[in-house]
Design a protein around this ligand. Structure first.
Ligand SMILES: Cc1ncc(C[n+]2csc(CCOP(=O)(O)OP(=O)(O)O)c2C)c(N)n1
Length: 569
């Protein structure tokens, strides 16, 4: 018995992944996965990133897939290693990110008989994956080589085709696990570099968006949330600009730009009078729902006709108010992109813009140039170069970016793990984005201290993988978000069990993981630290110390100032 058949089949499988377009894969150490790992590593067109912790490997693959919009493979050995990929798989499902999970397993005769490192891996991720398949690797005949090539194509295209998501292939592997002889040549692939199976999904076209309320006209708003298409935001902003429609866009949409962008919708809609006076007749929703609670509550209470555009037809409507779903991106269809038939109300736009302008002034005056969490979020929106990617952690960073990030044409791309809103794996995801950004601009991570502590092991990518990343750490020693919630009043348990202060000195983590470290005391010093980190090629942790109570008070002052500014209009 030799390993030749296994390696011949796996080599064809990996060759086919590369032909389909795969550029990155993640590995983690183990014995049973040896044939998969070696086959991936020996495929010259796939860059393999080695990780110790499968959780990091999974989230790194997720970040790389998110940044590149291409499937990324992640492999691990049998046993609990496979379960450590579950959080990233779940996030990939909800965030529509194409992942190809390749788990090594014991062969059937070693299952359920007490063999080591053996758990039930069949359908381990349940409905979180788009496709599960148990891959039997037998003799490498011309037929089976052709079959495994089509299997690789099927895995790749299933992960990539809308809605994108994770697929799971489980590989029972028998010993021996390494080759004892050179691999013979394999000519089973198609001539040239063509994949065995090509895939063509016709671009969706949007019908004229006439739903229950007729054709949109008059008082219309566009609400844009997280979009997986890197160009999608530009199209949305163009529709809004051409038709003169107020554009309420989360920075994750890439659409917070253009002359109709309303940056401070989260603050505006906290004013009941403003919210009531600005009820639209039509809402055009693109992508996921933004995070903002005031926006969500306002949308839920409207009587307007709401039309949801999504290229995958994904159902994002927790309040059951959408009356028409269009399975296309907003702006996909020429008549709609060019805006011709939309007769939007110009006074309506002017009213949103005037209010936004007034609130912007109030926010700037309240924040001043003190180092604070919202001020950092606002500053990054202005400072980062257009080619940068900003990865934003869940909790307050994503909320502050939504509330305070300025509108900017050609701003940085903003990414976040908002599928399941976890704080886990954020460092690793940002490193994955950095891997896929190589040569295309720097990556900056904005993260809180609990999220950083949660994935502190992800920092290993800095020295082991030599990846550059600028980490802006907002350290308020605990979960600052919980101070905004009623639980903050439960003083017997709040600090220890909810806020969870930890007292970690992140300078030591920086030293342990080989990162540079700065702790700027002013906004100017923060900017200097970010700029010098962006110019370098290492990983830097730039720590901004804040206080949870003060942060709460500052957010309240901002709201008060915004409401006061609106009342003066
Ligand atoms: C995996 C996971 N565990 C727990 C939570 C619940 N959670 C939401 S925010 C948060 C605290 C985050 O604190 P930090 O990263 O310091 O950000 P801050 O709240 O201070 O902005 C926690 C634990 C979660 N979202 N994901």
């Amino acid at each position: 018995m030799t390993a030749t058949n296994t390696y011949l089949l796996l080599r064809a499988f990996c060759d086919e992944l590369a032909r389909c377009g795969m550029q990155h894969a993640c590995t983690a150490p183990g014995s049973r996965s040896t044939p998969i790992v070696l086959s991936l590593v020996r495929q010259p067109r796939i860059r393999c990133w080695s990780h110790i912790d499968e959780r990091s490997a999974g989230f790194f693959a997720l970040g790389a897939a998110k940044r590149s919009s291409r499937p990324v493979a992640v492999t691990c050995t049998s046993g609990t290693a496979t379960a450590n990929l579950a959080p990233a798989v779940i996030e990939a499902q909800y965030a529509r990110v194409p992942l190809i999970v390749l788990t090594a397993d014991r062969p059937p005769e070693l299952r359920e008989v007490g063999a080591g490192q053996t758990i039930d891996q069949l359908k381990l991720y349940g409905d979180a994956v788009k496709w599960f398949f148990e891959v039997g690797l037998d003799r490498a005949t011309p037929d089976s080589l052709r079959w495994i090539r089509t299997l690789a194509c099927r895995a790749y295209w299933t992960a990539a085709d809308g809605p994108p998501g994770p697929v799971h292939l489980n590989f029972p592997l028998r010993e021996p696990l390494v080759l004892s002889e050179p691999l013979p040549e394999d000519r089973s692939g198609r001539d040239g570099e063509e994949p065995y199976v090509m895939f063509d999904a016709p671009a969706p076209t949007a019908p004229s968006p006439a739903g229950p309320g007729g054709h949109p006209a008059g008082r219309i708003v566009i609400v844009a949330g997280q979009d997986r298409d890197p160009d999608g935001g530009g199209h949305i902003a163009r529709v809004a600009a051409e038709a003169g429609i107020p554009l309420l866009a989360d920075p994750l949409s890439g659409a917070r730009r253009g002359p109709t962008a309303v940056v401070h919708y989260d603050l505006l809609l906290r004013d009941p009078e403003f919210a009531a006076a600005h009820r639209p007749q039509f809402v055009l929703r693109a992508g996921d729902l933004p995070t903002s609670k005031p926006l969500r509550a306002w949308l839920a209470g409207l009587e307007a006709a709401q039309i949801a555009f999504d290229p995958d037809g994904v159902w994002h409507d927790p309040d059951a108010v959408v009356g028409l779903r269009i399975r296309a991106p907003l702006g996909a269809n020429p008549p709609f992109v060019d805006g011709a038939p939309i007769a939007a109300d110009r006074d309506w736009l002017a009213s949103w813009r005037a209010a936004d302008h007034a609130v912007a002034g109030a926010v700037d005056a309240t924040l001043g140039d003190e180092l604070s969490e919202p001020r950092v979020a606002r500053a990054l929106g202005g400072w980062l170069p257009p080619e940068a990617t900003l990865f934003v952690a869940s909790s307050m960073p994503i909320r502050d970016v939504e509330e305070f990030f300025p509108a900017r044409d050609g701003g940085p791309r903003v990414l976040s793990n908002r599928g399941a809103n976890g704080i886990d794996g954020t460092v690793s995801s940002a490193f994955g984005a950095a891997a896929a950004s190589s040569g295309e601009g720097p990556v900056v991570l904005l993260i809180g201290d609990v999220a950083l502590a949660h994935d502190i092991g992800g920092l290993l990518a800095a020295s082991r993988l030599g990846l550059p990343l600028t980490i802006v750490l907002l350290n308020n020693d605990g979960g600052g978000i919980f101070h905004f919630l009623p639980v903050a009043g439960e003083s017997d348990a709040f600090e220890e069990h909810v806020a969870t202060p930890h007292g970690l000195e992140f300078a030591r983590a920086a030293a342990l993981y080989g990162c540079d470290y700065h702790r700027p005391a002013t906004l100017a010093a923060l900017r200097d630290a970010i700029e010098s980190s962006l110019a370098g090629d290492g990983t830097t942790i730039i720590e901004v110390r804040t206080d949870r109570e003060e942060n709460l008070a500052l957010h309240r002052r901002v709201v008060d100032a915004a409401l006061a500014a609106l009342s003066r209009l």
